[in-house]
Design a protein around this ligand. Structure first.
Ligand SMILES: O=P(O)(O)OC[C@H]1O[C@H](OP(=O)(O)OP(=O)(O)O)[C@H](O)[C@@H]1O
Ligand SMILES: [Mg+2]
Length: 179
């Protein structure tokens, strides 16, 4: 599996340090607020498990599963809800947790959907931000790392459902996804 990795971009201990720092900032920002931490499956599950343990204020947890139709490594912008949340988000301060903000089409869709359901406030925490690929008018409120315009895997991120279990963020060899 690791033969498919061109280079390690972000090591596990660097991620752990950054997530701890972000958790402290989020805890301060949401003190006294009705906080719902909403993980976007599947990709966010590793980052979500780390981030939630670094948040020291009361919060509720939910997950949504969405899938953006892709051709290869490019998003079509068409997003399908595979699993919706189990509660009414009205009056919650929602922190959407994602693994990567790439074109932004997934998060733009999700943010608009939750606004239509009358959430009080919606912010975004992402492990990775890839600004070079942005197509939608959306930014993260909390970002761990910015990455270059390369296809990355690991720490929850996949290609064809593989590599999610890598304990770091690495760049996939183009010959793997161009097959
Ligand atoms: O900014 P975008 O271009 O929309 O891309 C980002 C989204 O794409 C990936 O999810 P994917 O739809 O591949 O499903 P997964 O989370 O199950 O891997 C990733 O986890 C983000 O959710
Ligand atoms: Mg995803």
């Amino acid at each position: 599996m690791t033969d498919d990795i061109l280079k390690v971009l972000i090591e596990e201990d660097a991620i752990a340090e950054k997530v701890k720092e972000l958790g402290a900032k989020i805890s301060a920002d949401y003190a006294g607020k009705k906080l719902l931490v909403l993980g976007v499956l599947k990709g966010s599950f590793v980052f979500m498990a780390d981030l939630i343990r670094a948040i020291t204020v009361p919060c509720e947890i939910e997950f949504m599963a969405v899938s953006s139709y892709r051709s290869g490594v490019k998003s079509s912008g068409v997003v399908k809800i595979i699993k919706d949340i189990d509660i009414n988000p009205q009056d919650y301060n929602i922190l959407i947790v994602e693994d990567i903000l790439d074109s932004g089409l997934t998060l733009k869709y999700l943010k608009e959907l939750l606004m239509q359901r009358h959430a009080s406030d919606i912010r975004i925490a992402t492990l990775l931000d890839k600004p070079a690929r942005r197509a939608a008018d959306i930014q993260a409120d909390y970002t761990c790392f910015e990455v270059p315009d390369e296809f990355v895997v690991g720490y929850g991120l996949d290609f064809a459902e593989k590599y999610r279990n890598l304990p770091y963020v690495g760049v996939l060899k183009p010959e793997v996804y161009e097959k």
